[in-house]
Design a protein around this ligand. Structure first.
Ligand code: TYD
Length: 200
């Protein structure tokens, strides 16, 4: 059985850059990558709904759409973990806890409950958490491109998200990387953590 590692963190912490770096660093390894929201055929359609600025949905519907998207990824993971040595995801369950549970104020317990229905208790082997302050992260995003529906929620929302991520920094199964440093330093820490987990 392969392992499942998730790259997590608030907006603008450089997850996508890290994942591009991992693809280069591990080009000869048997690794599959996916991103959330998305990852499956239906998941990519749900992603379009979730990120579109014209979408108007309740907070509960939003949390359920994320959980539905994740349920497809769970089915995919069950199959793919038999085939790949490692599966790396750009966001997973911790994102829903922080964004929908804390950010939208739905409550961490309820968001965990709907995700437990989707995941049947399945959890990643490891979460690698990239951390920055809320305003640092959003500043970085604004410089990159136009913000989507989920990123347009304002600093209060993002502060609640970041403080929920902060609570995970001492949890079991979570390794924290300081994302305020250079791309090279961040990537090198992430590679070291993955090598340790995989025994590479
Ligand atoms: P994306 O464009 O993939 O950005 P990023 O590079 O920051 O991952 O957008 C993902 C957005 O979806 C991001 O703002 C976080 C949000 N999100 C949730 O609110 N809940 C979730 O469960 C997931 C997976 C993502």
């Amino acid at each position: 059985m392969g392992k499942f590692i998730v790259i997590e963190g608030p907006d603008g912490t450089g997850k996508s850059t890290v994942i591009e770096g991992l693809k280069r660093a591990y080009k000869d390894k048997n690794i599959k990558y996916f991103r959330e929201p998305g990852g499956s055929q239906v998941g990519e359609k749900i992603r379009t709904i979730l990120l579109n600025k014209d979408t108007q949905i309740s907070s509960a519907t939003e949390a359920l759409l994320f959980a539905a998207m994740r349920s497809e990824n769970y089915e995919m993971l069950k199959k793919d973990l038999k085939e790949y040595d490692l599966i790396i995801a750009d966001r997973f369950l911790m994102s829903s806890i922080c964004y929908q549970g804390a950010g939208l104020g739905l409550g961490v317990k309820d968001v965990e409950m709907v995700n437990d229905f989707a995941l049947k208790g399945f959890r990643p082997d490891l979460n690698i958490l990239l951390m920055l302050n809320a305003d640092q992260g959003i500043d970085r995003k604004i410089q990159e491109r136009e913000l989507d529906r989920l990123e347009l929620r304002g600093l209060d929302f993002h502060e609640r998200v970041v403080s929920e991520y902060q609570k995970f920094t001492n949890s079991q199964g979570v390794k924290v990387v300081d994302a305020s440093r250079s791309k090279e330093e961040v990537l090198s820490d992430v590679v070291e953590i993955i090598n340790g987990e995989m025994g590479w």
